[in-house]
Write a protein that binds this ligand. Structure first.
Ligand SMILES: [Ca+2]
Length: 391
């Protein structure tokens, strides 16, 4: 990726639907002349933007909400997509249980910030448990309806008690988390910067559900919501966690919170569902390209990154550079909160078919330019961390 393309990506306007990813930075035009002028303008501007770091006013404020299991892994690698982008001003990372327990995830996140030189970013502990769902209720559910293979902190990896923080392979952090809780942090930030903050979340939605329950102004005061979750109707894919077409972990772990969030009046919602995430793959080749970097981050990823779907990286990268996405569809989404056989499943409707019970239109990412995504990811993971402090 050359410097011009690189710099344009960080300055690309947000939220646009770009169907022609073969011409990065140049959206659909009606004649050759405007296209040429447009590209020349982009070229000149990009030279300046590459030379000059974005000011704090120009960077886009984000709150990163995540079940931040590590080391590396999709959760922390997605956080890195944002922290490595010069266009992003991270206000804080709010952590929720999901893939792991909150306190272990907080420790992994703090250690990562130490490694990349961003100890200034607050790490804010959030919900340890879902609002209603429990491990015991899930065990009862399985007696009736069958096995649920992936249950995050309840059955994945080295299972331990919720508040235990085991020794971390990447080393234990000396940094401490914020004393505020995630819900109140989110509320405080959206009031401090009304309509400026993009909330990007790629874990269970408990923190956001709690924030909205405490203060119903949160969705209106945020600029937009970007989330990973839902499972619409994946086709022709080799993904076998279950044969049920509608179960996705982030919605399933806390369906009630997901229902609160998905029926709240956000100004804009963008979803990266399971369907598109499983078209990506963190391959050995990709890890090898990152390992050639010479930064503390690239060395960290060389040590700890593993092969797998790039669920959360794609979710956040598609917001940083929307031209990665080549097809979107507007759907209305919710989580099933009936405590029967479909508890926690994704509910989805075409516009006009939705029941009108508060569900919101969601821009659902459906197709991507994989090579563009992979190249962007390698570039982000190997260049120096913006705003990094060195001891
Ligand atoms: Ca996640």
């Amino acid at each position: 990726m050359n410097a011009v393309t690189f710099s344009y990506e960080w300055d690309a306007p947000q939220g646009g639907r770009v169907m022609n990813a073969s011409k990065p930075g140049c959206r659909t035009v009606t004649s050759r002349a405007p296209y040429a002028r447009s590209c020349w303008t982009v070229f000149v501007l990009s030279l300046f933007s590459f030379a000059l770091p974005l000011s704090a006013q120009q960077r886009q404020k984000v709150i990163i909400d995540q079940d931040a299991m590590g080391p590396a892994y999709t959760d922390l690698q997605a956080i890195l997509v944002l922290l490595q982008s010069p266009k992003v001003e991270p206000l804080g990372i709010t952590v929720v249980s999901g893939d792991g327990w909150r306190d272990e995830e907080v420790a992994h996140t703090l250690r990562l910030l130490e490694i990349i030189g961003r100890p200034d970013i607050p790490v804010v502990p959030g919900a340890v448990f879902p609002l209603v769902n429990t491990k015991e209720a899930t065990a009862r559910w399985e007696k009736l309806y069958g096995r649920i293979r992936y249950q995050g902190a309840w059955n994945y990896g080295k299972v331990h008690e919720p508040f235990v923080v085991p020794d971390l392979p990447e080393g234990s952090p000396t940094l401490k988390p914020a004393s505020e809780d995630a819900a109140h942090f989110i509320i405080r930030m959206v009031h401090q910067y009304p309509h400026e903050i993009t909330i990007l979340t790629a874990g269970p939605l408990t923190n956001l559900g709690l924030a909205i329950a405490l203060d119903s102004q949160v969705p209106d005061l945020a600029k937009e919501l970007v989330f990973n979750g839902a499972r619409i109707n994946p086709q022709n894919v080799d993904y076998k966690d279950s044969n049920l077409l509608a179960r996705d972990f982030n919605l399933w772990w806390d369906p009630e919170a997901a229902h609160i969030v998905l029926t709240a009046p956000w100004h804009k919602i963008t979803c990266t569902p399971l369907d598109i995430s499983i078209k990506t793959w963190m391959s050995k080749d990709l890890i090898g390209r990152i390992a050639k970097g010479s930064t503390p981050l690239s060395r960290y990823l060389a040590s700890f990154a593993t092969e797998g779907y790039m669920w959360d990286e794609l979710t956040f990268a598609a917001w940083v550079d929307p031209t990665i996405i080549t097809k979107q569809e507007v759907l209305y989404l919710d989580a099933n909160i009936n405590h029967g056989g479909n508890y926690g499943d994704t509910l989805s409707w075409l516009p006009g078919d939705n029941p009108g019970m508060g569900e919101q239109p969601v821009q659902v990412n459906e197709e991507l330019d994989k090579q563009r995504f992979y190249d962007m990811f390698v570039e982000l993971m190997t260049h120096p961390t913006p705003q990094a402090r060195r001891p």
